[in-house]
Design a protein around this ligand. Structure first.
Ligand SMILES: *Cc1c(COP(=O)(O)O)cnc(C)c1O
Length: 239
């Protein structure tokens, strides 16, 4: 029997759990994309996960990925990598250069900066809007019902180098999985309210669910789960 790498095994086990959660929720597994969150991991870990069939990666820091993207180029692989951490406007230009998509747009200012940078690069950047549904002070994102969110949604169709794809959220760090469920359900409800009011915008993606709560997120309509620990193991350095 061929020996399998632990990483490959963990990815297979995870894909299996995603399938089971989809079946339980009466959903087609093709509706749920797996993003491997590779923050704090070297480019070689991305290479190994890509070889095991992972198509999409998430990184939370512009600076960290800047080095890694050069390493990936040297390894001759160019996987799809999204920014899933907070973006500061002074890093928007660099982010527009190195990421396939930005999943954490949380202000009109950031959207404008990204749009300008994308125009200079002659590209269109897919984006998600980050929504803050938890009351934790440390969480970033736009509050549902806020003037900032309405203003951004109004302006987005004019930002021609951005392509809106949906919403993302991070559940509270709470140990209670039902708190996460409420948060995921709120994001789904918000999407269903906003989509008909903004027919020019695409709201298909709901990025929600991490290693500890992705099955609940799938039950609540997630189309993209962001998994770090369950693929790469416990992170030793903070992120
Ligand atoms: C780190 C991170 C994840 C992955 O978390 P795990 O618990 O390791 O699966 C998902 N989303 C965001 C925004 C993150 O920063």
């Amino acid at each position: 029997m061929p020996t399998e790498s632990p990483l490959r095994e963990r990815i297979e086990r995870l894909q299996n759990r995603i399938h089971i959660a989809c079946r339980r929720a009466g959903r087609n597994p093709t509706e749920v994309k797996l993003m491997a969150v590779s923050k704090t991991r070297p480019a070689s870990a991305i290479q190994e996960a890509a070889a095991a069939g992972v198509l999409l990666f998430g990184e939370n820091r512009v600076q960290e990925f800047q080095q890694k993207s050069a390493d990936l180029k040297a390894l001759k692989i160019q996987p799809e990598v999204h920014l899933i951490g907070h973006l500061q406007s002074n890093k928007a230009a660099k982010a527009a250069e190195i990421f396939s998509a930005i999943d954490t747009v949380d202000s009109l200012r950031i959207a404008q900066r990204l749009n300008e940078a994308a125009a200079r690069l002659s590209r269109t950047i897919p984006i998600l809007l980050e929504i803050k549904l938890s009351t934790e002070e440390t969480k970033t994102g736009l509050a549902p019902g806020s003037p900032d969110l309405s203003q951004l949604l109004e302006q987005l169709p004019k930002l021609k180098n951005l392509s809106m794809r949906g919403l993302m959220t991070v559940a509270p760090l709470d140990q209670d999985p039902e708190a996460a469920r409420l948060c995921f359900r709120s994001l789904h409800t918000l999407r269903d309210q906003l989509a008909p009011r903004h027919p020019q915008l695409d709201f298909r993606e709901l990025s929600m669910g991490m290693s500890g709560d992705f099955e609940i997120a799938i039950e609540e309509g997630s189309t993209l789960v962001r998994i770090g620990t369950a693929i790469f193991g416990t992170r030793t350095s903070p992120a």
